[in-house]
Design a binder for this molecule. Structure first.
Ligand SMILES: Cc1cc2nc3c(=O)[nH]c(=O)nc-3n(C[C@H](O)[C@H](O)[C@H](O)COP(=O)(O)OP(=O)(O)OC[C@H]3O[C@@H](n4cnc5c(N)ncnc54)[C@H](O)[C@@H]3O)c2cc1C
Length: 393
């Protein structure tokens, strides 16, 4: 797919960007930005992943809360089925300047409408389909206008009930400019401090205080981002939000980015979670969607289950898109635990957690294991496999 990497256009009126499925996500961000638009999907792997892969895994990312998922933002798609038939679903890539054979095929394609309400929406079947129904070859994505103001804060609180309060207050105070809320637990933050790229280290040292560690506190870190188009008004909303949290003692400490370098540092910390935890040892990865209230309880249940199975030397790390209830639960072993017995034990206790306890929190219809690429490729069949840096950077 890497050779199918052409960006066709970004319609200046509808904001719809049309491209080949092999385009690297970062290149779509850069292209949209040049045209004054924001590509609505943003994930840690954007420098390497392709939009066709994103669509096929139904990737969510940091801005799912603000812009919704690909089921909403993908407005058109071209797919090649196993028998060679090409399905063009509201995608327009006709290009009169281009005379190659491919162009000829596209001249009969339909217009890429911002809203297409004709008949069944077949393209939805391919979003999250992981290539099982066909190969995605072209995608049209609706992009919002590029925000001109951005504010980012990294906050520290002592309990998950404080996190819930931050979620509630952020919606009340920041309203429509709230663009991301991310959680990092203290185990993950310690690994970022130890194995991270170094970006934002001074912030981590400031926020992960030795006093808190001595008191055996397990602080939770929350990244809050707002994006809008009026710097003055957006900044004053962020100030009011932070003041309200301090006054109600919801947060212990925090840092509000003062410039774009600080913003990069805070996001750098967040994006270091995956590679830092991968460097910490052997990682069992779970990417789950759960009810927001049960977000940390599920992780606690996993820890308890591991302890009951005499596997308390494993570290449970949690981070993710808390506003969407999407948690990356990573179980890290410092030692090579490829031993089949340990693998089995681990598998059993995790399954136990899923089937017996997690369902109590989440209900059968309200939790999913997301990004099957993790679960099927690494979780079940290769449980205990060593995940190298290269696979995650
Ligand atoms: C560091 C990191 C951070 C991440 N953060 C997030 C996150 O925040 N939110 C989130 O939802 N996910 C996240 N992910 C997972 C992410 O969704 C996937 O890694 C990414 O979307 C897959 O894109 P890819 O190009 O790497 O696809 P691949 O890994 O190459 O493929 C993934 C699946 O899609 C199929 N596929 C690929 N291309 C096509 C195509 N053109 N047509 C049909 N099927 C195809 C493949 O066969 C495979 O089944 C993250 C992953 C990493 C490594």
């Amino acid at each position: 797919m890497e050779y199918m990497n052409r960006i066709y256009k970004l319609d200046e009126y509808s904001g719809v960007l049309t491209c080949d499925a092999g385009c690297i996500l970062q290149s779509l961000h850069d292209y949209a930005e040049e045209k004054g638009y924001l590509f609505p999907l943003d994930i840690g792997s954007k420098g390497t992943c392709q939009i066709g892969g994103n669509v096929s895994t139904n990737a969510g990312g940091h801005h799912f809360f603000r812009f919704g998922g690909l089921h909403g933002t993908v407005v058109g798609m071209e797919v090649v089925l196993a028998d060679g038939r090409v399905l063009r679903m509201n995608v327009d890539v006709s290009d009169d300047d281009n005379n190659d054979d491919c162009t000829h095929r596209f001249q009969q394609s339909s217009a890429s409408l911002r809203k297409d309400n004709t008949g069944y929406d077949l393209k939805q079947l391919f979003i999250g389909g992981e290539g099982t129904l066909g190969i995605v070859t072209k995608v049209a994505v609706a992009c919002p206008a590029l925000p001109t103001s951005k504010n980012v804060a990294l906050l520290v609180c002592n309990s998950y009930s404080d996190v819930l309060q931050i979620l509630k207050t952020s919606k009340e105070e920041l309203g429509e400019i709230l663009s991301a809320i991310e959680l990092i637990d203290s185990n993950t933050m310690k690994f970022v401090q130890k194995y991270g790229s170094g970006i934002g280290d001074h912030l981590i040292s400031e926020l992960l205080s030795p006093e808190a560690e001595a008191a055996d506190k397990q602080p939770l870190f929350i990244l809050v981002e707002s994006q809008g188009c009026d710097q003055e008004s957006d900044s004053s909303k962020m100030d009011a939000f932070l003041t309200s949290l301090y006054e109600s003692s919801t947060i212990e400490n925090g840092f509000l980015a003062q410039d774009s370098k600080h913003i990069e540092e805070i996001w750098g910390i967040r994006e270091s979670c995956n590679p830092s935890v991968a460097r910490a040892g052997y990682v069992h990865k779970f990417d789950v969607s759960i009810r927001i209230e049960a977000y940390m309880e599920v992780a606690e249940e996993v820890s308890d289950a591991l302890e009951n199975a005499n596997l308390s030397d494993l570290t449970v790390c949690v981070w993710g898109h808390v506003a969407d209830g999407n948690a990356h639960i990573n179980i890290v072993s410092g030692q090579c635990d490829k031993d089949a017995v340990v693998q089995k034990q681990l598998k059993i206790c995790i399954l136990f957690s899923y089937e017996e306890k997690w369902l109590d929190f989440c209900g059968t219809r309200h939790w999913t294991i997301e990004a099957q690429v993790h679960v099927t490729n690494q979780g079940w069949s290769c449980l205990g496999a060593h995940v190298t840096d290269e696979e995650f950077i």
